[in-house]
Design a protein around this ligand. Structure first.
Ligand SMILES: Cc1cc2nc3c(=O)[nH]c(=O)nc-3n(C[C@H](O)[C@H](O)[C@H](O)COP(=O)(O)OP(=O)(O)OC[C@H]3O[C@@H](n4cnc5c(N)ncnc54)[C@H](O)[C@@H]3O)c2cc1C
Length: 330
């Protein structure tokens, strides 16, 4: 059995640990925070929307992300397969044509179809696109579920531990520190993301809804019990600090444009964190200085981490097998 040490308990670390443990490795995860959270993964919308992301992401992201929804549904409860509805205000209807031209696996949704899909949006939008095969999950519940499953397989998670200095003796090291790995991966950049969590009983959306807007594109992800995640800003900055007034105004007014009931919603949380990204916005598994880095998830952590975790696990087992062969030879 191989041993592996995973540094970081964001979505990259927890999926890598899961892939390794499922193949029989003895896995330890070290996380510098005292509990799950306080990272980019905790703030994610949890959209599993490869086709919508194809609007701005390369084809490889669409192709790699297609398997994510099944991966998550096999491992964590509550994965929603209700699809994504994309709408646009009437004055920006050309946005829908642009979005449709850049994406696939969607059906056109006119006013009637929008009302069938989301009765609470009836009469508000005339043009939309429906991506039936997409879905979403609650990132916090999903990460807790992965952690529990890992513990059931004999994995260990050590909170409040800095993994930076950890190396030999622990087996292979899989470094999933997100933006904190920039010291070893100087090509990483930070893309700040801000989100708001609200609660309202006045609107009941069943699926993730994206509002196309030339200045403030928005998505709203239902979390159940009247709770919604409203996201997210994309700012070229590695500044983690609190949500700015401007971002809060923009996100909330876009939500209000989607449905005025959001104007009366209770604000439960406003948070910001930094997405780790490479220049091409595509994640990588990189071997450097004796470590395997899994990083650069940009806005696709939940969408792409399962596939990258499998690649990282392949590499760990290949390195372990090579080491064993060298020992046998000696
Ligand atoms: C607002 C927002 C919305 C998003 N929405 C989506 C979405 O809908 N769908 C999607 O797929 N993606 C989404 N993303 C992107 C996704 O959240 C990120 O791509 C992903 O979280 C990156 O995960 P990570 O594990 O690499 O980094 P992180 O989540 O930042 O985790 C890194 C972990 O490493 C730990 N760490 C750092 N240094 C050390 C150390 N020295 N020792 C031990 N531990 C250490 C940190 O404490 C942290 O827990 C969103 C991001 C944001 C900010």
């Amino acid at each position: 059995m191989s041993r592996a040490l995973v540094i970081g308990a964001g979505v990259a670390g927890l999926t890598a640990a899961t892939a390794l443990a499922e193949r029989g490795a003895k896995v330890t995860v070290v996380e510098r925070s005292r509990e799950l959270g306080d990272n980019a993964s905790w703030l994610a919308g949890g959209m599993l929307a490869p086709f919508c992301e194809g609007e701005s992401a390369p084809l490889s992201v669409v192709e790699t992300g297609k398997g994510a929804i099944d991966w998550w549904a096999r491992r964590v409860p509550g994965v929603s397969r209700t699809g994504t509805l994309v709408v646009t205000p009437p004055r920006d209807s050309s946005e829908i044509e642009r979005f449709a031209a850049r994406t696939r696996s969607h059906e056109r949704a006119d006013e009637k179809r929008i009302a069938e899909l989301e009765p609470d949006l009836a009469g508000r939008f005339r043009k939309g696109l429906f991506f039936a095969s997409e879905g979403h999950l609650d990132p916090r519940a999903a990460m807790r579920a992965l952690l529990k499953a890992l513990e059931r397989r004999g994995g260990e998670l050590r909170f409040g531990e800095n993994g930076e200095g950890v190396a030999a003796g622990a087996g292979l090291v899989v470094d999933c520190r997100g933006f904190a790995a920039r010291s070893e991966l100087p090509e990483l950049r930070g893309v700040r993301g801000e989100m708001i969590r609200v609660r309202t009983r006045e609107i009941n959306l069943k699926r993730c809804v994206r509002l196309l807007h030339p200045r403030i594109p928005l998505y709203v992800v239902p979390r159940g019990g009247g709770e919604y995640m409203i996201g997210a800003t994309m700012i070229e900055s590695a500044e983690k600090g609190p949500v700015t007034v401007r971002s809060a105004i923009e996100l909330m007014s876009a939500a209000y444009a989607l449905h005025p009931a959001f104007g009366e919603a209770e604000i439960l949380e406003m948070s910001a964190d930094v997405r780790p990204a490479f220049a091409d916005n595509e994640p990588r598994v990189v071997e450097r200085d004796g470590r395997i880095f899994v990083n650069g998830f940009y806005r696709h952590g939940f969408l792409l981490a399962p596939a990258l975790a499998a690649r990282a696990a392949d590499l760990v087992f290949a390195r372990a097998a090579a080491k064993k062969a060298r020992l046998v030879e000696a």
